[in-house]
Ligand binder design. Structure first.
Ligand code: NAP
Length: 557
């Protein structure tokens, strides 16, 4: 007898061939929305399975994040050699990363190389922006409507629409009045921007701005940064990879990916098992100095294990970093503005920097604290604060994203009973495992709210969910099932667990995109449960346990 899925309370799921077989055949067995890093891997896996699948990509090129973000300085904060796909030994052995933290053009080349190597391009339809997806309950089919009026139907719909793909502009009057060049960093002009000799404004001081500011500072005549809340940034320590090092990396991929599988963030950096108070002060300082000089996220994720959990430990480390900022910025008044006061180190995702603080020592770089002198409006010639009007040639909006849920809100997704996903999520997202939503059958949400993949080293996280989703589809196909849906009970149970994980670390309390905060989106200025804070290992345990129990919590037929 075929094993049964069951509801989360242990009762067998409403099941199987109860005479309600769909009578219409969809055009495709699966449609993936999005040809970024996640969608491409899901495509590869479904093709291997022999599924009739197509990918719909809204833009005119594949690559998602790495296709769009072309601002100067854009690069990885994951070590390049932990970021590449791990599924193909041949791919790992033939690809050479040139820097430990790859710049955007190289990453985009990598993505295109993968597409060519595995002959995936012919399965991707570019310029195919999905504006609506509606579930047909009688036939267990999704119908997608595209911007150009086309309609496509599919049995299973998989979303790989990105976590940071819905950029948001500040809600300031006059944005359209500016006569110079202005753009959100996500839409940085493809042909490049010549900043030389220009008066440039940057609004925002998140990870994007922190990468961009030092590069533009070297080129612009004058650069003025408008800061609302500073972030705790740490040195990236990027370096080139020579041939001998790349050969060593290639010989160690097994250990590298094994190490990433053991860490809560899927990075090469895992927490130091000692607690802050267990280590004598001099030894602590030595350890922290070493972390500050080391490349990548070690300083955030390889610190004492309670630095992100215990307020006292966090405050002590925060002081250490504040002193580093004060030591690097010459003008004490400017330094003080760059030291965050509203949150501790690492409670928001840490922007990794190269000469960020030194940029403020340049005579052509100016910092405006908009808490002191708020921006009143954008004008035809620049930006007017409560103090004065600044004139600019270029305004760069590095103002972030309607993270994780934004990409979903930009598609009208209509489930059972005509219920819209936007309405279901009005007070915040709720999902089962971040992968499925009760009332929206046959919709698999890859890299969605409350998934363990979104707070991790992205490719490591998405390989996990894509492999899991592929196994789920295999299981459904083997049994001839045409309908899968999370039970409301299972969904609630997962949501309660996600909420619980927000209490586990200090990250769950800070206002950032990790907690669903965005001042530019109405209703998103309070805490929302958008990520899974339990870490990759715990998330994997959940996924495994659900699969091993015949997809516990799902209703299938
Ligand atoms: P972000 O971290 O959300 O930063 C947005 C910035 O814009 C914040 O400083 C924010 O200030 C400011 N802002 C927003 N609205 C504003 C307004 N109306 N007036 C003034 N300032 C405003 O966005 P992001 O920098 O694009 O980074 C998002 C994420 O993308 C990162 O955390 C990271 O995960 C990813 N990323 C990764 C890399 C990498 O190294 N691989 C590089 C860039 C980005 P408040 O803080 O006060 O809201």
């Amino acid at each position: 007898m075929a094993p049964q899925a069951s509801s989360s309370n242990g009762k067998p799921a409403p099941h199987a061939d109860n005479g309600s077989r769909p009578h219409k055949t969809p055009q495709h067995e699966a449609i993936i929305i999005g040809a970024g890093v996640c969608g491409i891997y899901q495509l590869y896996r479904l093709l291997q399975l022999g599924v009739d699948v197509t990918v719909l990509e809204g833009s005119d090129g594949p690559g998602g994040t790495w296709y769009w973000n072309r601002y100067p300085g854009c690069r990885f904060d994951s070590e390049s050699w932990t970021y590449g796909y791990s599924f193909s030994k041949e791919l790992l052995q033939e690809w050479n990363w040139t820097e430990h933290f790859s710049p955007q053009p190289e990453t985009l080349r990598y993505v295109n190389h993968v597409l060519d190597k595995f002959d995936l391009r012919k399965h991707i339809q570019l310029n195919s922006h999905v504006k609506r997806a509606e579930f047909d309950e009688d036939n267990d089919i999704w119908t997608l409507t595209l911007d150009d009026g086309r309609e496509l139907t599919t049995r299973f719909l998989l979303t790989a629409i990105g976590m940071l793909s819905a950029p948001t502009m500040p809600r300031l009057p006059g944005v359209d009045d500016f006569k110079g060049l202005s753009f959100h960093t996500y839409y940085s002009p493809r042909e490049g921007v010549d900043y030389r000799g220009k008066r440039v404004a940057v609004i925002g001081t998140g990870a994007t701005a922190v990468q961009l500011i030092p590069v533009v500072a070297e080129q612009a005549a004058e650069l003025t940064v408008f800061q609302r809340r500073p972030n705790w940034c740490a040195p990236l320590h990027n370096a080139r990879i020579d041939d001998a090092t790349m050969a060593k990396i290639k010989a160690s991929y097994g250990e590298i990916f094994a190490k990433c599988r053991e860490t809560p963030g899927g990075f090469i950096h895992g927490p130091d098992r000692r607690k802050f108070a267990e280590v004598p002060p001099a030894e602590r300082l030595e350890f922290w100095e070493k972390l500050y000089k080391s490349p990548g996220f070690g300083i955030w994720l390889g610190n004492f294990r309670d630095v992100l959990m215990d307020e006292h430990a966090n405050a002590e480390f925060t002081k250490f970093i504040a002193d580093k900022i004060r030591a690097r910025v010459h003008d004490p008044k400017v330094a003080e503005k760059l030291v965050p006061k509203d949150h501790g180190f690492g409670t928001r995702r840490v922007p990794m920097e190269t000469n960020y603080y030194e940029a403020y020592n340049r005579p052509n770089v100016h910092l405006v604290d908009i808490n002191e002198t708020p921006i009143e409006r954008i004008t035809a010639d620049g930006i007017k604060t409560s103090e004065k009007e600044y004139k600019f040639d270029i305004i760069v909006y590095a103002t972030g994203f309607d993270a994780i849920t934004g990409a979903f809100d930009r598609i009208e997704i209509v489930g059972q009973g005509g219920r819209k996903l936007a309405d279901k999520w009005r007070d915040g997202p709720i999902t089962y495992l971040g992968l499925q939503i009760a009332g929206f059958p046959n919709l698999i949400t890859l890299a969605a709210p409350q998934s363990g993949s979104v707070a991790t080293n992205f490719p490591r996280g998405i390989e996990e969910v894509v492999d899991w989703s592929t196994a789920l589809l295999t299981w459904l196909r083997q049994r001839g099932y045409h309908h899968i849906e999370a039970s409301a009970d299972a969904e609630q149970q997962w949501f309660d667990h996600v909420k619980e994980t927000y209490g586990w670390t200090l990250i769950g309390r800070a206002k950032s995109w990790f907690t669903g905060y965005n001042s530019n989106v109405p209703g998103h200025d309070t805490l929302r449960y958008t990520i899974y804070n339990g870490g990759a290992l715990k998330y994997r345990q959940w996924l495994t346990e659900v699969a091993d129990n015949n997809y516990r919590g799902f209703v299938v037929r």
